[in-house]
Design a protein around this ligand. Sequence first.
Ligand code: ATP
Ligand code: MG
Length: 576
Amino acid sequence: MKMSKLFVQTLRDFPADAEAISHKFLLRAGYIKKLANGIYSYLPLMKRVLLKIEQISREELNKSGAQELLMPFVQPAELWQKSGRYNAYGKELLRLKDRHDVELCLAPTHEEVITSVADGILTSYRQLPINLYHFQLKFRDEIRPRFGLLRGREFIMKDGYSFHATKESLDIEYKNMWKTYERIFKRCGLETKAVQSDSGAIGGKVSHEFMVLTDTQSGEDNVFYCKECTYSANSNHAVSKLPVENTTTRFIKEEIVDTPNIRTIEELTKFLNVEENNILKSVLYIADSKPVMVMIRGDKEVEETKLLNAVFAREIRKATEDEAKEITGSEAGFLSYIGIEDKIKVVFDISSKGMKNFVAGANIPHKHIAGHNFEKEYDFVDVSLVKEGEKCPVCGKPLYVTKGIEVGNIFQLGTKYSEPMNACYTDENGQNRPFIMGCYGIGITRTAAAAVEKHHDDYGIIWPLAIAPYHCVIVPVNIQEQEQKTVALEIYEKLLNKGVEVVLDDRDDRAGVKFKDADLIGFPFRITVGKTIKDGLVEFKTRSNGEVITISPDEAIEKIVGAVRELNPTKSFCEV
Ligand code: ATP
Ligand code: MG
């Protein structure tokens, strides 16, 4: 590819509205162009990166026995009604109607479609297990699309689904996909950590997320992990060993105490001279338009995904002060479960289990109750956020927290879709049984962006060789100099013949401009043909470590060919 022909425009400055580093660089280096909020065109450089991530995924998935197909992006609402998700999915599901008034939706995921595809084709246990996958667009009307490709509304996903006759068979495939994902991300130049994750409103199922750990703001998930053992989990799933708190306050007898304008936990600790963990905090939520009060220990916070699952809701948000007043008759700061337990749903967080003689809101403005004890044994559930330093649930050592970008997800679905959709096979005894299913996703576009988050410097992107749009750029310092031009062209032809993906920067521009673009775009190798060509030498730069050496053109070619061969000795992909 000649740079003069490449469909790319690099920008001198970062676009103003981009926050995440990958978003900034992908826009500035001419990889993507925004069409609408959370919707991007993938320009030729980007398309090559995506093709490579797809191809790596394809090779590894095929090696693991999965088969590729392609399912539609536009789906009938009827199918989603059958699975029970049409209403449950919420506003992320974009719904539309065709000219015959038939309700449709844009695929946010493909469980329903794959289940209907398998139904009637996979009829016998003899055909199982089977694993089918595709690369397809998804549309999710995300409430907050941001960070460019990291959280788009339209994005590309590899999603795969497996069908089994037994749970044991699903377990085997789950491990198989786990290993496959490790290989895929490693080949893409990304280190990932598989962490336990939330498995949605159904609960009780196994799921893991593959996280790229990062300390930047673009890591939207918090990952808790133990350094002593292998425990690691997304904050929406993480648990810790909490010591049962026995309060030793001066309030050994229950009494209502005046707490004028003392509304926060901090104010209360000072005013009543108690510790945060002596206080039972009340947090009022609205879950699908119904109030839910969470009772949680004063030093803990609510984890909203856990709460959402605990109350089987689609959407939750904190109640406003006005709503709190209306629902409880009291005021924010003095709320409590006392007196309204039979009117609204109350969730007791596990952290409050075992609390004694504690302080809580009295549900009376400007008053709290002290020396209070639970009058019965509640069904305590875990809806709290783990805090760094709390003890690992497995080994008891302290937990640490870091940010993560979820690039993949594996999930044991069980019969969640096959049962309501009545998708069955016949077992050895001729009995009809719903398929036991697994599903496995990789965010292809998000993986590309995550790679930029991890691999860049002040000057631009530093692509891992395996997913770089091109392996190498050749820069003749002065294209007007005949010898430089001729040698650059010769190197270019030789590299092309050896299957290297190469760009020749044939623009009649200053060398400085070309070097800047080369760094920004992130070519892993740069061969500069300048004055030293008179001595038969070129400059060879490795983008990842900045190392520059002066060698002969043939040596430079050898180095690049060697590096490319190491990537994948059996296959060359993405022919120029
Ligand atoms: P998130 O929690 O980040 O919203 P998710 O868990 O809902 O993602 P899955 O349904 O597990 O996503 O989808 C599989 C993969 O698709 C994710 O692991 C992620 O890499 C990718 N993905 C999901 N949502 C988006 C998005 N809005 N933009 C880009 N990639 C996405
Ligand atoms: Mg996920």
